[in-house]
Design a binder for this molecule. Structure first.
Ligand code: NFE
Ligand code: MG
Length: 481
């Protein structure tokens, strides 16, 4: 008989996620991914000065505020019809780059590694699920040392970002039309020094550790396959001016679906809410025309996440999707094995190094003393879209301006794509699909479930946590690390 396992909350992720599965004969046969945190920030934005959007949205999250700020700036650039000068474009890339390095190192060492590395019998290494920890002792001991070292590296990545962001993690230099922080030779040198040190850690510590883990646990290249549909909006603009197809970016825009690469059309993005705690009237809409109308009493609802779809299908987003869409996963020699728990870890590690090396080139393109932002007027009426890549994947912001105020603001975030629930056609979200079919050797220690979920690096970001007894899980809680 099938046995139900509820992991609530899944810890060592960002935000509040519940995973509920049914296991039959040590195999997951049914899976539900449920975001138990309500993100009300879209509603907070209504009626405000549009210029404030790129600052307010950074409060969505403490891990990816730069991505929200950047998506919002792109959205405002579009609505105000303004283009940043070269320095502004590059400084935005450098602030976002610093956040990527910090975020990926955080994910590998402080969130995911403890699924594979056995630390000393003390916090933060216990409590933990028991399981098949199998790293050779010397590799394991080194990884524990690196866990501590990575804390300092992350601090330095924040300091590096603050050189142009003015502060981190929620920067104040963001504006429509560019950034307000000026470029000086001193700032470039300072940034370069930080970058050299962080890049050395990535290449000499993070990459070898990621390789050692994936080698020792190589069966995880076949577990957690997911939906195999990959979507990336692209990020890190390499040219000034218009780029409607998103091809002049370090990570290009594109999709891969049903085994084929395809071109991208933003109008094919919709958000479904059939199984989400939102009013059904807003279901299936393009986000530019979408709405966020909470309804915690909805009977079929099981998540605060909506279910984004592209052309009616669920899509995975994140480092693996970025590399796959940019046709780089085959370079790893993984082929189809890339669609796996370790394919995701591997892709994340690889792109961290790629970005760090590209950042030096961008830094060298800055011209001290040149402008960093362009002037703009707020239109009485207007609309804008900002398509970007947060560390965790495709991030879109949509704004509608009326009477110089924000009339509607919608954000569709990476974890909504990856961690969202079923849609009206009962198509499971990517994390749910990755869970179905997975082995669970010991239901008391379902380490396989959290390994799968954490490989996606989910974030059920910060907003009001609705503790409403009628709307949120009544199951007994099972606290785990
Ligand atoms: Ni709160 Fe985020 C990233 C965004 S994930 S961490 O990266 O956008 O949904
Ligand atoms: Mg939203």
């Amino acid at each position: 008989m099938a046995q139900k396992i509820v992991v609530d909350p899944v810890t060592r992720i960002e935000g509040h996620l519940k995973i509920e599965v049914e296991v039959d004969n040590n195999k997951v046969v049914e899976a539900k991914s449920s975001g138990t945190l309500f993100r009300g920030i879209e509603l907070i934005l209504k009626g405000r000065d549009p210029r404030d959007a790129c600052h307010i949205v950074q409060r969505i999250c403490g891990v990816c505020p730069i991505a929200h700020g950047t998506a919002s700036m792109l959205c405002l650039d579009d609505a105000f019809n303004v283009k940043p000068p070269t320095n502004g474009r590059i400084v935005r890339n450098l602030i976002q780059g610093a956040n990527y390095l910090q975020s990926h190192i955080l994910h590998f060492y402080h969130l995911a590694a403890l699924d594979y590395v056995k630390g000393p019998e003390t916090a933060p290494f216990i409590p933990r699920y028991e399981g098949d920890y199998r790293l050779p002792k010397d590799v394991n001991d080194k990884a524990v040392e690196h866990y501590i070292q990575a804390l300092t590296v992350r601090k330095k990545a924040h300091e590096m970002g603050a050189i142009f962001g003015a502060k981190m993690p929620h920067v104040t230099s963001f504006t429509a039309g560019g950034v307000t922080e000026h470029v000086t030779p001193e700032k470039i040198t300072q940034y370069k020094n930080y970058l050299q040190e962080i890049t050395a850690f990535i290449d000499n510590v993070y990459i070898p550790d990621a390789l050692a883990v994936t080698k020792a646990y190589d069966d995880w290249f076949t577990i957690g396959t997911g939906c195999k549909n990959m979507l990336a909006y692209g990020a890190f603009k390499l040219t000034d001016g218009d780029d409607p197809d998103g091809q002049n970016q370090f990570f290009k825009r594109g999709i891969y679906s049903k085994g084929q690469y395809g071109s991208f059309d933003k109008k094919k993005i919709t958000e479904e809410v059939k199984y989400s705690w939102y009013d059904d009237k807003s279901t299936g809409k393009y986000p530019g025309e979408g709405a966020t109308v909470p309804n915690p009493y909805k009977k079929e609802g099981y998540s605060w996440l909506k279910a984004p779809r592209y052309d009616g299908l669920p899509f995975e987003v994140g480092p693996l999707a970025r590399l796959w869409v940019n046709k780089e996963s085959n370079v790893l020699g993984l082929g189809e094995k890339a669609f796996s728990v370790h394919g995701r870890h591997f892709a994340r590690a690889l792109e961290t190094s790629q970005i760090a090396h590209a950042m030096v080139e961008w830094l060298n393109q800055l011209v001290p003393g040149q402008p960093t932002y362009a002037p703009f007027d707020i239109p009485k009426e207007g609309a804008g879209v900002g398509l970007h890549e947060a560390p965790r994947g495709a991030l879109g912001h949509w704004i509608v301006v009326k009477d110089y105020k924000i009339d509607n603001y919608q954000a569709v975030v990476p974890t909504t794509w990856n961690g969202g629930p079923r849609d009206a056609k009962k198509q499971l979200g990517p994390i749910e699909q990755a869970l179905v079919g997975a082995p669970v050797k010991d239901p008391e220690n379902p380490i396989e479930l959290v390994r799968i979920v954490r490989a996606f690096d989910p974030c059920i970001a910060c907003a009001v946590h609705v503790l409403e007894i009628k709307g949120v899980a009544k199951e007994p809680k099972k606290f785990i690390i």
